[in-house]
Ligand binder design. Structure first.
Ligand SMILES: Nc1ncnc2c1ncn2[C@@H]1O[C@H](COP(=O)(O)OP(=O)(O)O)[C@@H](O)[C@H]1O
Ligand SMILES: [Mg+2]
Length: 228
C-alpha cells in the first residue's frame, strides 16, 4: 500500500532578481515499510523536496498525499499534528536543542504532539535500543557526531511514525560510524517503519531498497529501478 505520494511538486525560490525551481515537478511514492534512498549532487533539491514531503515547506504547485489524503489541505493545526505524529523527521546537520538533556530532546515530539500520558519510559526504551541509555542525562555538546545522530533518530521515532524522512543522516560521520547508523536504520526499517533517506553515501544504502536520483530539481529517469 502507498503511504506517501508526491504529485507534480514544485517549489521555487528567488535568487537575485530571477526565480528558479529548486523542485521542479517531482512525483514519487513511498510504500508502507519501504526503504527509499534519494541521491543527487549538492544543490540538486533533496532538502527542499524532503521539506515539502514532511510538510515543513508549502509547495508552489503539486501536492503531497499521506495515505491518500492531501497534507496541505489539513490546515496549520492538522499539518503540525502530522509533522509530530505521522512522519519522523531527521533534519540535515545538527538539530538537537543544546539546553535540553538527551532524554528531554527525545521526549520533545511527544509533548509537542500534546499526547496524554508519560513519555519518559518510551524515550528511555528508545535510547536503550540505540545504545544511548548511558547518555540520557547528558547535553548535546557532550556527545560525538554519531551519538548525536542516534539521538536525532530516537527523537524522530518517539511518536512511532510509519515513515521517517532523514536528510543526509550520515553526512558528517566517518565511514564506520556511518555504517553502524545505517545498520540501525535498517533494523528499524525491518520492523516495518518506512524510510526516505537523502544521502551522498549511496554505497551505504546499496541493496536496501529503491534508489531515486535528483538533478536540477527533477528526478532522473531510470534511476528508480527496484533493488530490494
Ligand atoms: N530558502 C531558500 N532560498 C533560496 N534558495 C534556496 C533555499 N533553499 C534552498 N535553496 C536553493 O535551492 C537549491 C536546492 O537546494 P537543496 O534543496 O538544499 O539541495 P540539496 O539538499 O540537494 O543540496 C540550491 O540551489 C539552493 O541554493
Ligand atoms: Mg541538502
Amino acid at each position: 500500500m502507498v503511504l506517501l505520494e508526491a504529485k507534480g511538486l514544485v517549489k521555487g525560490f528567488r535568487r537575485g532578481l530571477a526565480g528558479f525551481r529548486a523542485v521542479d515537478g517531482v512525483s514519487l511514492s513511498v510504500g508502507q515499510g519501504e526503504f527509499v534512498s534519494l541521491t543527487g549532487r549538492s544543490g540538486s533539491g533533496k532538502t527542499t523536496l524532503l521539506s515539502l514531503l514532511a510538510g515543513l515547506l508549502g509547495p508552489d504547485g503539486g501536492d503531497v498525499l499521506l495515505r491518500g489524503r492531501s497534507i496541505f489541505a489539513l490546515g496549520d493545526a492538522g499539518l503540525a499534528r502530522l509533522r509530530n505524529r505521522e512522519i519522523g523527521f531527521l533534519p540535515q546537520g545538527r538539530s538537537l536543542l543544546g539546553n535540553l538533556t538527551v532524554l528531554d530532546n527525545v521526549r520533545l515530539p511527544f509533548h509537542l504532539a500534546r499526547r496524554q500520558g508519560g513519555s519518559r519510559q518510551r524515550a528511555l526504551e528508545l535510547l536503550g535500543d540505540l545504545s544511548l541509555a548511558h547518555l540520557a542525562g547528558n547535553r548535546p555538546h557532550e556527545l560525538s557526531g554519531g551519538e548525536l545522530r542516534r539521538v536525532a533518530l530516537a527523537r524522530a521515532l518517539m511518536n512511532s511514525p510509519e515513515l521517517v524522512v532523514a536528510d543526509e543522516p550520515t553526512g558528517d560521520l566517518d565511514l564506520g560510524t556511518a555504517a553502524s547508523l545505517i545498520r540501525l536504520i535498517r533494523d528499524i526499517n525491518s520492523r516495518g517503519v518506512a524510510f526516505l533517506v537523502a544521502t551522498h553515501d549511496l554505497d551505504l544504502c546499496r541493496g536496501l531498497g529503491r534508489v531515486l536520483e535528483m538533478s536540477g530539481g527533477r528526478l532522473v529517469d531510470g534511476a528508480s529501478a527496484g533493488r530490494s
